[in-house]
Design a protein around this ligand. Structure first.
Ligand code: FHN
Length: 443
């Protein structure tokens, strides 16, 4: 490992020409907006946090996250275990000799995502720990150095293509705890900017280039948040320019520079598990956890019920946003059983109600808490969809519904009447048979 660090430092010195090598030719920072349409229609995607941290499952040396014995230990995020529980570098980076996901079956992962109704998948190609899930030409801290050896991304990409899912990569362009010049958590001394520049030119930009050239992703998911030191507008635009010069389809998320994404990103990324209550002027999505942690955490039993996650999906759909729901695979490559059950439950609901979600757009109607609406033009004409997340006796739509309403799942007709330009829909209690969301289709 020390040899690796020494080589990296040497490369850093020799990297005077790198800036030029990574800098693309003159290229527009804006992507053709039509390339974002698939994302707007997709609504539901799978996020995956997987890497060396998955081996530790949120515990190290008798301590389990969150653990306030450590000044920064009060978090469930198991992918943060290294700095949060002060795992020594040698120990953590040595996990590379243990990572051996022999039960990895990307075909089954993508099948679960597809059956859940998800239309795209985003995996952590490299998270903050610096470890790459592919055989990187730029760094030896990668899958090729593990006992497993084989690239994990190519077969996942193949499975996504086979099942018709778009695919993208989370790439930690800023934080890199293995690289001697990468950004570190805020409680560490800040790197001198000229050191960060070495990391930027030697690893960050070249790995992004590699990901595009090797795997041709549909989107790149960059990650910064409140204290994004080093990611200046110049670096943000340099990275955007690089992506645009290599791909005419690859979408870029707003977390490339959370506090100042500029005008050239393709969609906004909300804070973790944050659900806006109003429309935004760009496509957007919420990255969301099923447990408290993103990476698999063996002691995090805080699994959200499928129905609550469907509410989040419906809330976002009604506001023109997407829902990127995370699954943290175990280190052996299997998906946790509670995650699989929830995916299947959500998929079963979307199987009969997906017409009201996928490809639908917001109506702009202000509705009472817990009631959401979307609209969509189908072969049977223009439809309004109303999502009822709990029993109510009636709903008033601030518009005239000329045809009729029915329960989408069963076709049961529902009484309605138009009064003074509004439509009052009367709901029999019998349609709320269990706690699942009832969808009305009106035309
Ligand atoms: O620090 C990361 C975290 O580990 C996780 O990847 C999330 C996903 O949105 N992003 C950062 C925190 O917001």
């Amino acid at each position: 490992m020390r040899k690796l660090v020494a080589i990296s430092i040497l490369l850093g010195f020799l990297c005077v020409g790198c800036a030029e090598k990574n800098a693309p030719k003159e290229v527009s920072l804006k992507l053709d907006p039509s390339k974002v349409e698939w994302f707007k229609d997709a609504k539901f995607g799978m996020f995956m946090h997987w890497g060396l941290y998955s081996i530790l499952e949120g515990s190290y040396n008798g301590h389990t996250m969150p653990d306030t014995t450590f000044p920064q230990g009060n978090t469930w995020y198991a992918e943060w275990i290294k700095p949060r529980l002060e795992v020594p570098d040698d120990y953590y980076n040595g996990l590379i000799n243990e990572f051996n996901p022999v039960r990895y079956d990307p075909d089954s992962w993508v099948r679960e995502a597809k059956n859940a109704g998800m239309k795209y998948l985003v995996i952590t190609a490299k998270h903050h720990d610096g470890f790459a899930l592919w055989d990187s030409d730029v760094s030896d801290f990668d899958i090729a150095a593990t006992p497993y050896k084989k690239d994990l991304l190519a077969p996942l990409v193949a499975a996504c293509k086979k099942y018709g899912l778009k695919y993208g990569f989370y790439y930690s362009h800023w934080q890199d705890w293995e690289d001697p010049d990468g950004a570190m958590p805020y409680w560490y001394p800040w790197r001198p900017d000229e050191d960060f520049e070495k990391y930027w030119q030697r690893k960050s930009l070249p790995q992004v280039k590699e990901l595009i050239e090797k795997f041709d992703p549909d989107l790149l998911w960059f990650d910064t948040w409140d204290w994004e030191n080093h990611i200046t507008p110049e670096r943000r635009d340099e990275l955007i320019r690089l992506v645009r010069s290599l791909s005419d389809k690859c979408l870029i998320n707003g977390r490339i520079c959370y506090s100042n994404p500029g005008d050239n990103i393709d969609f906004l990324e909300m804070h973790d598990n944050a659900y806006p209550k109003e429309m935004l002027d760009k496509p957007w999505q919420t990255p969301a956890t099923m447990q408290n942690s993103w990476a698999y955490h063996g002691n995090d039993y805080n699994w959200k019920p499928a129905n609550r996650m469907l509410r989040y999906l419906v809330n976002n759909t009604s506001m023109g946003g997407n829902y990127l729901l995370n699954v943290g695979p175990k280190a052996d490559g299997t998906l946790p059983a509670p995650a699989v059950r929830r995916l299947r439950e959500m998929g079963a609901w979307l199987d009969v109600n997906g017409e009201a979600v996928f490809g639908a757009s917001p109506t702009g109607y202000k509705m009472p808490e817990g009631i959401y609406t979307t609209q969509k033009e189908n072969s049977d004409g223009k439809n309004l969809y109303i999502f009822l997340t709990s029993p109510v006796a009636s709903v008033t739509v601030p518009d005239v519904i000329a045809g009729g309403c029915e329960v989408l799942e069963t076709g049961q007709p529902i009484d309605m009447s138009v009064v003074d330009g509004e439509t009052v829909i009367t709901l029999p209690n019998s349609i709320f048979k269990d706690d699942s969301i009832v969808v009305l289709k009106c035309h």
